[in-house]
Design a binder for this molecule. Sequence first.
Ligand code: BTN
Length: 285
Amino acid sequence: MVTAPIPVGVQNSAYRFVWPPSLNCMEENILSAESIRDALNTKYIGRPTFYYPSVSSTMDVARQSIAKGASEGTVVLADEQTSGRGRLRREWVSPPDSSLTLSIILYPKLVQVQRLTMAACIAIARCIEDVAYLENSIKWPNDVLINDKKVSGVLIESDVAGDNVNYAIVGIALNVNLDVDSYPEIAAIATSLKRELGLHFSRLDVLASLLAEFEAVYNALCKGEPIQLEWKRRLKTLGQNVTVRCGDVVRKGVAEDVDDDGNLLLRLPNKKLEVISAGDVTLKG
Ligand code: BTN
């Protein structure tokens, strides 16, 4: 009899798991509004999910949905994005039939907005364990890595006026079956679940896990639970010599800790501690 290993962090999983993963994942289930509705086991995240074969960016479509009164948890999912974007306005490669690219519409409080990147990264990390049993780590601030290569990224866009949050959109890209070797610009730094295991995954199953895990973590965040503890445990950046770049500003130091909102506490060579809220981290080899 084959017994499923229980990876760290999965014990409290919001998702049902099946072992071996190939039983669950070998066949692609077609993505459609109806198949997604039937596959989800969430209360409000992904209900409804608007599915598009092709859009410019799910972030823009989500913003249009908000203007039309979309409810909390509404998801905009696209098979292909023609102008997918990452942090710092970078392009995000989103060809059809390859990945999960989605935006989740939320109406959180200000304290929660600052922690949405953490919530999304935790949900992605748990999802990868649920569906693929793969060890993974989080690279500050918003990358999920497998074997030191990026498999997923998070982009948060929000509209905040003073203490009032009009909305937040959580953009998530997860490379499920992406053939990263076909994209020379990312081949050396990116990976996908398929590349790691040589298995074709059902994006529908991965989506169901991802949204269930996100709902569980977001509920915990809204209840004031300390989700930063799990995020910190999963962070690979801490204790490392790093270079942080934000625009023209470059800082080198030791990534000593993170605060409760996920800001990086960088110990500079002059021993001062700098709080960094945004930037790109390079780990010194
Ligand atoms: C990053 O690592 O820089 C974040 C990447 C986030 C990409 C996702 S794909 C779905 C959503 N729509 C976009 O245009 N971007 C986000």
